[in-house]
Write a protein of this length. Structure first.
Length: 405
């Protein structure tokens, strides 16, 4: 459903946040590899909107992350200070900001803590968290599904994984809001300082004693005698903090919106809760939690199907656009929880594929099935066009989701 006029709208326009798919559909049809000038920086950003192009870019090592080592200083200065701010460096040495061989080394270490078994062991606790939240919501005839449920569930999960006490969970939200959506560098630095101080105490506790949680796994992880240093630990914790709750908030919120907009599909899932696995995959495809990937730079002039991406320009493959490509997905604008096959790229492709994908899938499945079982008549309680979406090109989700139970 299109809520905005898209014939001249730029993907950077805030109005496009309400329905970026309409803009991407036009781009895919008219100019599938599109260079757009950023309204703030004036730099060119290349958007890829076809599935095969997105996959190709994400697997192509000519597009990389470590531009300080691989691009000349005059290009680097277009995007970042000549001397990196040491405070921000503390949270940026993680998997999404590194190329091989550094990326390969860190991913091997992190995988030691993030094993399938470690994730699976969280299932009973996630079910209990969902049950407790739904019990708290039971007396409310209406509410905000994001604030009441979609946000607190993954925050509690990731906080417990990282050893954060219940009274400190709100600090996580403040830190991530400031660092992801804020525009004040001084506030951002203060948030990083608070984050570092808090997590250093948790790390030191686990250096003395393995508490059996994911944070202990990260602290204790070793590979060939190697382990994460303190900055790598803090950066990985920050990545887990952001990726571990912001994306899952959007998965649950976007998923429930899609189901409420398609009552026949919601009824089908209620009648057969075992459909939740393909339903989650269709939610991820139809209106996923991440719009574009994080920035990659062309490390040389790259020819992509006759389009030259100049050395030093940023590429932004659109996961949302790829997942609606009609060459890959028949009837891509139809929401079908039994869709099969469903080779969506909501979690990325290649070496930067989301390491937390199994946890996000589990949280989404438990949260949505539990909610529909407890509130089978849940419905949207506001005009669809009134919903406010985050302005970020990276994270695709709503600020609130008014519902009636």
């Amino acid at each position: 459903m299109t809520f905005i006029a898209t014939d001249t709208l730029s993907i950077f326009d805030p109005a496009a946040r309400a329905n970026p798919q309409a803009v991407y559909a036009r781009m895919r049809l008219e100019k599938p590899i599109s260079g757009e000038v950023g309204p703030v920086s004036g730099n060119t950003f290349w958007f890829f909107t076809r599935y095969n192009d997105v996959v190709a870019v994400l697997k192509d090592q000519r597009f990389g992350k470590n531009i300080r080592e691989k691009l000349p200083p005059e290009i680097v200065r277009r995007f970042m200070p000549e001397e990196p701010d040491p405070m921000f460096a503390v949270i940026n040495r993680h998997l999404l900001e590194l190329d091989p061989p550094d990326h390969t080394r860190l991913r091997a270490l992190v995988h030691k803590a993030f094993t399938p078994r470690a994730v699976q062991e969280l299932q009973p606790r996630i079910q209990q968290i969902a049950y407790d939240l739904l019990t708290d919501m039971q007396s409310k005839p209406e509410g905000d599904l994001i604030a009441d449920y979609a946000f607190p569930l993954p925050v509690i999960v990731i906080a417990e994984m990282l050893g954060v006490s219940p009274e400190d969970r709100n600090k996580f939200r403040e830190w991530t809001n400031t660092l992801l959506f804020g525009m004040d560098d001084e506030k951002a630095r203060f948030s990083i300082m608070e984050f570092m101080q808090y997590m250093n105490e948790r790390i030191e506790e686990r250096e003395k004693e393995d508490k059996g949680d994911i944070l202990s796994g990260l602290v204790q992880a070793k590979e060939g005698g190697d382990k994460l240093d303190r900055i790598e630990l803090l950066s990985m914790i920050f990545l887990l903090l952001v990726a571990g709750h912001e994306t899952t908030v959007n998965l649950i919120g976007n998923g429930m919106l899609a189901l409420m907009q398609h009552p026949q599909q919601m009824q089908k899932l209620q009648q057969d809760p075992d459909l939740i696995k393909p339903a989650v995959e269709e939610i991820l495809r139809f209106n996923g939690p991440v719009e574009t990937t994080t920035w990659r730079w062309a490390l040389e002039d790259v020819d992509m199907g006759g389009v030259i991406i100049p050395k030093g320009d940023v590429v932004l493959p659109s996961l949302l656009a790829a997942n609606r490509d009609p060459d890959i997905f028949p009837n891509p604008d139809v929401f079908d929880i039994t869709r099969n096959p469903n080779p969506h790229v909501a979690f990325g492709v290649g070496i930067h594929y989301c390491i937390g994908a199994p946890l996000a899938r589990m949280e989404g499945a438990i949260a949505i099935n539990a909610l529909l079982a407890r509130h089978p008549n849940i419905a949207l309680n506001a005009p669809i066009e009134s919903l406010q979406w985050n302005h970020s090109l990276l994270l695709h989700g709503m600020k609130s989701l008014p519902v009636v139970y």
